[in-house]
Design a protein around this ligand. Structure first.
Ligand SMILES: [Zn+2]
Length: 358
């Protein structure tokens, strides 16, 4: 990531890719950024001709849809199966081979219908009013990131082929991508909610949380929810969450996280601007209720740290036990031994192992 790939124009506060077809700015007016995130953090907006934050090679613009150009090793069905793992999930809907998701950009709600067009293309249809092009690009980018389509999985499969823990599941889960939770607030709240309880009850809590505080849209007899905003949660009291069966501690934690995000003390952009994930983790661990497991979980599902590795996760331990037919759950130091060859693929190994239990 040392290449300075983005060019910001100081006078217009717009940033471009070097290949932008627009007229070249004067050298004096230029500032360079390593990442699109860094440009945005500094108050620059993406150019509407070259979409530096989402290259045009990845998507095609249609009349009422946008299309993602898919990498070969992507299995939408397997990602859908993961997304459909609980009927209580309030933030998206899977109906057979179709995924529905509500999002909001620039104050306008957008409902998406996402399905495979063919092996090479994922179609994202707008069921609400067709948004303008810059928003269409943002939607395409959102779905691209949601399914982690940037990652080249070849080296992972290469490694997994001869790995005793992973070789079988690398086959059965082939094409599965880490299904991310792009919103930091949602990812952190979800991780906190899920602490010390089973997955079913975690989904029950999430459903109550979203239905109580999330914005809702009625579209064709159906109700769609957005995950609640930090602003909304920050102004609630502990007793409001106690009624939803949150513990007192969890109630305090989500309110504190909401306040920090509302006040800009915690943000995804600022975290991703840090020099290393080690520093990101240090920052997250400073939050009350966010320990090692929660930090690794958030890094895995939201921040795309390829080395995120929640070693003390019970599901991970169960899955390894099953793959190796061990008589007991492996201890943490054993898991580190098993994972020696996974360097930089710990997150994918974990996600595949979780899925092997489904
Ligand atoms: Zn441009």
């Amino acid at each position: 990531m040392n290449k300075r790939q983005f060019i910001g124009v100081k006078t217009t506060k717009i940033y471009c890719r070097p290949s932008c077809p627009a007229k070249a700015p004067l050298p004096d007016n230029i500032v360079h950024f390593k990442t699109a995130g860094q440009a945005e953090f500094n108050g620059y907006r993406a150019c509407k001709r070259c979409f530096p934050d989402f290259p045009v090679e990845h998507w095609d613009d249609g009349i009422n849809s946008v299309f993602l150009r898919l990498p070969k090793d992507f299995d939408f069905g397997k990602c859908l199966k993961f997304l459909a793992r609980s009927p209580a999930e309030p933030c998206h809907l899977v109906n057979q081979k179709t995924l529905y998701k509500a999002l909001k950009f620039e104050d306008d709600p957008i409902l998406l219908k996402i399905q495979l067009q063919n092996k090479k293309s994922l179609s994202i249809e707008f069921l609400t009013k067709r948004p303008k092009k810059s928003i269409r690009a943002k939607v395409a980018k959102y779905v691209w990131n949601w399914f982690d389509l940037d990652t080249n999985l070849k080296p992972f499969y290469q490694m997994a082929k001869s790995d005793p823990v992973l070789n079988h599941i690398a086959d059965t889960c082939y094409g599965l991508r880490i299904v991310s939770i792009p919103d930091l607030f949602e990812a952190t709240c979800w991780a906190v909610m899920g602490q010390h309880i089973n997955l079913n009850f975690a989904y029950t809590l999430k459903k109550r949380f979203v239905e109580s505080f999330g914005e809702r849209f009625h579209i064709d007899d159906r109700v769609f929810y957005l995950f609640p905003t930090p602003e909304m949660i920050a102004k609630q009291t502990v007793s409001r969450f106690r009624k939803l069966q949150f513990t007192e501690k969890k109630s305090e934690y989500v309110i504190e996280i909401a306040k920090k995000m509302r006040d800009g003390i915690l943000s995804k952009k600022a975290l991703l601007k840090k020099d290393s994930f080690k520093l990101v983790k240090k920052e997250l661990m400073r939050l009350h209720g966010v320990g090692k497991w929660t930090t690794e979980y958030v890094c895995l599902r939201c921040l795309k740290d390829p080395t995120a590795f929640p070693v003390d996760d019970v599901g991970l331990q169960n899955a390894i036990q099953r793959q190796l037919r061990l008589s007991a759950k492996p201890a943490v130091d054993e898991i580190y031994k098993f994972s020696r060859r996974w360097k930089n693929w710990e997150a994918y190994a974990t996600f595949y192992l979780w899925n092997s239990l489904m």
